[in-house]
Design a protein around this ligand. Structure first.
Ligand SMILES: [Zn+2]
Length: 294
């Protein structure tokens, strides 16, 4: 996605605004924390559920463009990790649009290109210069008139970003046995979706790879939390051990009687010649020479 501050970008690029009409030749960039959608001929921003853990995400944009533009849509998947964009690219192709994918061999991160290649059948895999020329050429082609047929499944996927409240699934699926990393709700596996998609009641949708990555991050957080709890338990045990040792010392002292006070001097003896009990008299030096017994 081209950023608005890249001076080498030859076309005007601006952050999108809600319900803005599209101007030919402009590039629109999704602002942070908003999905950018194409509804009819207008851009619409949504703070609907995160998709594959991201907001904005490529899949909702591609799905909305596929529904609005049908065969007039061109989707380009460039370098990126994991597999966001693959389901959207499949939707564009399903609606008669064209998909162009950056050659994974030249991509800094080949996850998204490879996932899009796996999800589509007729996508063009091109190096960047060829990809730009392909988009330019395709955008000038006349597309025969068509009537976009309804697509209830894609419309339902898009509706979660357009409606303020979560909506129940049209065809409730059995629980997949996996919980949603975003809200901990049960995830249902959409049996008919290609590629495979998991979705919770709140509308968080996950591809398998993104779900796996999110669960790995959750597992790491849980392990660090366990490490901290174990360290806290060790600290508490240390405090308990010190407390028990102090109590034991006091109990032993109480059992052996009161602690000895200062010694009392017997009457009649001056302080200068009396030694308290337990103190030894200073040894007098010998005054006579000792003789060896005969
Ligand atoms: Zn969820």
């Amino acid at each position: 996605m081209i950023g608005p501050r890249q001076p080498e970008c030859p076309v005007p690029s601006t952050p999108s605004r809600r319900r803005r009409g599209i101007v030919d030749g402009d590039v629109y960039v999704a602002p942070p924390d908003c999905h950018m959608l194409l509804v009819g001929d207008k851009i619409r921003l949504s703070q609907g559920p995160r998709h594959n853990g991201h907001r904005p995400a490529a899949d909702p944009l591609f799905i909305s463009a596929a529904l609005s533009g049908g065969p007039h849509t061109i989707a380009a998947v460039l370098s990126g990790t994991l597999d966001d964009g693959a389901a959207g690219a499949a939707a564009v192709e399903r609606r008669g649009g064209v998909v162009a994918i950056q050659d994974p061999a030249e991509s800094a991160y080949d996850g998204m290109p490879r996932a899009a290649m796996a999800a589509t059948r007729h996508a063009k895999v091109l190096r960047l210069p060829e990809l730009a020329a392909f988009i330019d050429r395709e955008s000038r082609c006349l597309v025969s008139g068509h009537t976009a047929l309804p697509d209830p499944d894609l419309e339902r996927q898009l509706s979660v970003f357009l409606e303020p409240a979560p909506r129940p699934a049209a065809q409730p699926s059995p629980w997949s046995g996996v919980t949603c990393p975003e809200c901990s709700g049960p995830l249902q596996q959409e049996d008919t979706s290609v590629p495979v998609r998991f979705e919770c009641q709140a509308g968080h949708a996950w591809s398998p790879e993104s779900l796996l990555a999110a669960h790995a991050a959750g597992t790491e957080r849980a392990l660090w939390a366990a490490v901290l709890r174990l360290e806290e338990r060790a600290r508490l045990h240390h405090v308990l051990a010190e407390t028990a040792e102090d109590q034991g010392t006091r109990s032993r002292q109480a059992a052996s009687g009161p602690a000895p006070g200062p010694p009392v001097r017997p009457p009649g003896r001056s302080a200068g010649c009396w030694n308290p009990p337990g103190r030894r008299e200073p040894r007098e030096p010998p005054t006579t020479a000792t003789t060896r017994p005969e």
